[in-house]
Design a protein around this ligand. Structure first.
Ligand code: SF4
Length: 89
């Protein structure tokens, strides 16, 4: 997703990363503690990102375990996944 992040060998199309608002930001923002200013700043950046939906979808599909993707941290994405699983029943 972001430039500094570790490339993911998922085989999915990740060309959307080129338009990521966080391309010039370090990973410390997206893996920061929830109560930190970095965490809040990352959320703000995601809120204005043109590829937010693609980023979130990528993280959900690949089950990213850590970090903020598409404006949602791992706990928030976990809740989304559980809701989707329940509604699919
Ligand atoms: S939504 Fe956030 S984490 Fe994802 S590409 Fe955009 S700025 Fe980066």
């Amino acid at each position: 997703m972001t430039g500094p992040r570790i490339p993911i060998e998922s085989g999915m199309d990740d060309s959307w990363r080129e338009e990521a608002a966080c391309n010039d930001m370090g990973p410390e923002y997206f893996y920061a503690d929830k109560d930190s200013p970095e965490y809040e700043f990352a959320k703000i950046v995601c809120g204005s990102c043109a590829v937010r939906a693609e980023c979130l979808d990528f993280a959900l599909v690949t089950r990213e375990k850590f970090g903020i993707w598409g404006g949602y941290d791992e706990r928030e994405r976990g809740r989304m996944i559980r809701r989707r699983q329940v509604s699919a029943l």
